[in-house]
Ligand binder design. Structure first.
Ligand SMILES: [Zn+2]
Length: 220
């Protein structure tokens, strides 16, 4: 506790500050009466500082003004309130073989957004693009569903010095599927890179644009 920083006289002199904080706390629903997810408490410290805390956090502000200005940050601190009756959506990647998850959210659109992010966060081929089939369906009503595809491009691998900047030397260039395929190799780390303006996907034969893939360099 900071009780030693707080003197009796300072406490007594804070009636006006207290009223200001109380008003703001009530307005934001941070008091016990409004039964929000968060209830804050405060105390006045030496030097005009104000400490605010809840069950999860405690912060000291340099002045009353700063404390009042920061109060909105405390709204929603702590565990999320119980969810309203939002529907649950099942998410399947590649028919389930790539992963399966359930998200509880407002609607199908939101579930699809979540599903795409989740898919992108997965571990995919680090050297080649991956096309992931995503299916999102409401758990209570599989008719409410959406299927789409997410293309996940490989991140640029690191070069010998740990950066992602390579010194590319072009090896070849050819025309392919009406586009251009160029191959390069990094002079520093030996990483190979193939770029295709038009690329035929091995999984379905469809043409994809601007595909980059890498090949680890061979040991010298
Ligand atoms: Zn390199």
């Amino acid at each position: 506790m900071d009780a030693n920083e707080q003197t009796k006289s300072e406490t007594d002199n804070h009636a006006k500050d207290r009223a200001e904080l109380d008003t703001e706390i009530q307005r934001l629903g941070l008091d016990e009466e409004t039964a929000g997810p968060t209830t804050v408490a405060y105390e006045f410290l030496a030097g005009g500082r104000v400490r605010i805390w809840d069950d999860w956090d405690s912060k000291v502000y340099a002045s009353l003004d700063e404390a009042v200005a920061a109060l909105p940050d405390w709204v929603g601190d702590g565990p999320d309130p119980p969810l309203p009756s939002y529907p649950a959506y099942r998410v399947l990647l590649d028919g389930g073989s790539g992963g399966e998850a359930t998200t509880v959210t407002t609607d199908l659109d939101a579930a699809c957004g979540w599903a795409e992010k989740w898919a992108r966060g997965g571990e995919w081929d680090p050297y080649r693009p991956t096309w992931v089939r995503v299916r999102v369906e409401a758990v209570d009503d599989p008719e409410e569903c959406e299927d789409f595809e997410v293309r996940i491009d490989p991140p640029t691998p690191e070069c010998a010095d740990g950066t992602r900047t390579h010194d590319w030397a072009e090896i070849s260039e050819e025309s392919l599927h009406g586009g251009v395929h160029s191959a390069s190799r990094c002079r520093l780390c030996g990483l190979g890179r193939d770029r295709y303006s038009l690329y035929q996907r091995p999984d379905c034969g469809a043409i994809a644009e601007d595909v980059v893939m890498y090949e680890a360099g061979e040991d010298e």
